[in-house]
Design a binder for this molecule. Sequence first.
Ligand code: ATP
Length: 235
Amino acid sequence: MLEIRDLNVKYGHFTALRGVNLTVQSGEIVVLLGANGAGKSTLFRTLSGLQRPSGGSATWNGRSLTTGRPEVNVANGVAQCPEGRLLFPELSVEKNLRLGAFVHRRDASGTARELERVYELFPALVEKRGAPAGSLSGGQQQMVAIARALMARPQLLLLDEPSLGLAPLVVEQVFQAVQRVNAEGVSVLLAEQNAFAALGIAHRGYVLEGGQITLDGPQQALMTDDRVRSAYLGV
Ligand code: ATP
């Protein structure tokens, strides 16, 4: 499981995360709701080993995520699909996917198997495998970004705002893909502003405001919570 305890992260004197406690059990989809600037990306960067906390801890199956190099976290089963996708637009879809398997670079046959698996998950990418990633639609690019993270064979997938900038129908397709990934055994922590779609697929969730967790609970409880409904569901 992912276990975050009393996590604090500062940028200089500014405290971006304060006393964050959060867990993701094996097999869960957990949503992290928060407005722009709440600290979602900071949390993900910390879990990826890109940002050092000033206090607290984060572990995946007992292994620290906050003390080693980022590639060690990936090798230990935690992969991030960053906000804004960060694909290499000039490179082909398949080259982008292969870059995700960097930590398994000595295992060519394993990477070939994983490529087949992600093409099964995202059939729309098969005919685009030779096309520059930048030529794909926004939804397809998001699928490439998720597939690239899966190429690292993670047990925990960190998904930062996958619905950003996508039309509602495409958001639905992307979230269905996330559910399929989860059904295949990958735990998911999903940061989103699109609470409606995210709560639709999550088992549990947390609300992050100004760097602090202000609310948490099972999907149904958050869906019907007045604060969530007014702040994130627009009702
Ligand atoms: P968004 O969805 O806009 O990325 P977020 O919830 O992911 O929002 P963060 O990007 O984690 O929020 O930012 C949290 C806070 O930390 C914001 O107030 C932001 O201005 C600040 N912040 C982020 N990165 C830095 C940095 N490198 N230096 C100083 N402050 C930063």
